[in-house]
Design a protein. Sequence first.
Lengths: 252, 260
Amino acid sequence: MATDIEKMIIAASRLLPKEGAVYVGTGMPLLASVLALKTHSPDLLLVYEGGGVGGKPTGRLPIQVSESLTYENGIIVGSMDYVMSLAQAGWIQYGFLGGAQIDVYGNLNTTVIGDWEQPKVRLPGSGGGADIASFCEKNIIIMRQDRQKFVKKLDFLTSPGYFSGPGEREKRGLPANTGPYRVITQIGVYGFHPETKRMTLLELFTGKTIDDVHENSSFPIDISDNWRYVKEPNNEELHTLRELDRDGIVLT
Amino acid sequence: MSKLSSIQDAVQSIENGALLALGGNALHRSPIAFVLELIRQEKKDLSLIKTAGALDVDLLALSKSIRSVYAGYIGFEMLGLAQNYRKGVQNGEITVYEHACASVIAALRASIYGVSFQPINGFDGSSLPELTGLIKWISCPFTNKKTAVVAALKPDVTIIHTNIADEKGNAYIDGSVYEDLIMVKAARRTIITTEKVISSTEWKEKPQIPGFLVERVVHAEKGAAPGSCAPLYTIDDHEVHSYLKNPKKYLERKVAVSHV
């Protein structure tokens, strides 16, 4: 039986393409990307913030985006300047983000809870988030869902989603056809409606209900007419994932 | 003349209130031995430049040595928040110059090219520019496109930890160089700590850092521990966890024993 976290990671890995480049963040994104590499996307290029490009770690899972395992069997190891400028110049298609708060348009906060000048909780900050969110064609957001995290208004907009609706990214000078693509939580998988750019439920994990979707969000979430259940993890996915994180660093 | 120096002398050369750039990234190849000596010598009012900081910045926050931080990210990734940095910011002791990793790099890049600002892509929409005033907008003189620019950051001193260095200051880093090469070029002066000191006639690797940019070289074996210095050693999980569990006790233990 797969846990919530395992289901989320497997759902994320399935979203990754057969080839192309993905900007990999720490934690669940890292596991999802390596899982994709080992299952359906052997030619996917993993680009890590710390400078590793094309790393295919064999043993223990890297737990940080700058550690040497991220360039094991890789193509090059450069600098953060090198990989971030790849994103800035538009070479990276997929990005992976998390956050402490998200709103209905997929805008993210990883900076502070409360007022920026006098924060209630000081969070780590943007890291590469602001630029990944700005440039990647398809951003996948993985986070837990509850009313404190799914908020009407962010305390700080660190990484842009669709701002206040359609056309807003372009208006502010961000490249066309970029932005949040999917949000994966323990409840389901959400997309953004092509016309309204509002977060919309596409798939539910088995055992979860539409009520769970609403009860765990401070903003109303639209439900797609064609919503369905997420396909259960198969044995290969589950086995490969557990092998990747034998120490249970992410999975427990 | 040899640039070799003891860690004590190197740290004595740092003035209170200095703007320091710390090399490495997160828990990797950060100059932890140097940071601990800064704390032993009770340096105060330091300002730090770092793309992604973790133990280094949190230790200096714990010892109340920092006045401000220019950084994109401070935290322990999957291991949690940097609790002492968090507290220092929340109670107003530490001023945050809110950056993204990319804008820290761009600000340093301005200094290495000898210009006062650097155009940067990727800030059209984040609250970062408006709130902090670190990023401003200009009209590109060639295309009229609205373009974000970030002011130059010039460290008083850059401190990086390397795998090998010689007495002339030539130094070699294995694996990712993170932002270290840019930090070295951007700074007024650079201090290198290193796992291994060799003679400048013995090089087998190709140094990336030319000695003329370097003021001092400090031999500090395990100088990045409990973080990693690839391929020599990886993160010491036990030590990192002992820090996260009880930072004060960890620091007391470390400060009591002088490095090298």
